[in-house]
Design a protein around this ligand. Sequence first.
Ligand SMILES: Nc1ncnc2c1ncn2[C@@H]1O[C@H](COP(=O)(O)OP(=O)(O)OP(=O)(O)O)[C@@H](O)[C@H]1O
Length: 242
Amino acid sequence: MSLLRCTGVTKRFGGVTALAEVDLEVNEGEIVGLVGPNGSGKTTLLSTIAGSLPVSAGTIEFAGRDITRSTPHHRAHAGISRTFQVPRPLPSFSVEENVATGCMFGRDSMGRTAALAKARTVLELVGLGEHAGSEVGKLTLHERKFLEIARAIALDPQLILLDEVLGGLNPSEAALGMELIASLRTRGMSVIYIEHNVRAVSTLADRMYVLNQGRNLAHGLPADVLDDPRVVEAYLGGPTDA
Ligand SMILES: Nc1ncnc2c1ncn2[C@@H]1O[C@H](COP(=O)(O)OP(=O)(O)OP(=O)(O)O)[C@@H](O)[C@H]1O
């Protein structure tokens, strides 16, 4: 069943058209990969779905409702959460307080004590249980990336938007990250997953979309998309080298 439907989403920044009539659909329980060369509009599309950027044209429906004009706060309550390419923890808070803040603003807004208990559960889930009381400034890149995922999970989303969560990680950290992303689907979440590593995306995704210069280039099953000559051409030498 369709959970998210973007139809004709267009975003202009002054004279720059970052997205031109982009269509994208996510079904319940699906991991949808979103790839494309640098500057193709992936992060901009995520921001229009999360509500931090208003669209210039087009519509966004979530769980059967038109959310095109809803605030980011309303969308978070409705069940959409996101991570940022560069993690944005609250620097003066501990690791668990960072996650608890997410719980307090999530779908089932909760008090501080319940939020901290929930935060500990979420931190265990992402493998950061032993860092609950640490200062965020002491975390490694991989730990900060997983904290970013924990903050998004803490909102109890139906749809989680992951922007380059494996970027900069070594192969064993990336493998852990891929397991974590796969576990989100098992927990009933749907995922839109942006990553430069097209191989990682194609391994995890049920379906993939490719953007090029702000437009839909291809979508479908990962194996079919990777074989699509238009996709190979867009990546100048092959998508798996991207
Ligand atoms: N706030 C902004 N103001 C002006 N132009 C912007 C803004 N944000 C994005 N753009 C432009 O929109 C286009 C798409 O950018 P976007 O960051 O969405 O691409 P991307 O596919 O996520 O790129 P990358 O893979 O490098 O992260 C680019 O041409 C970019 O310069």
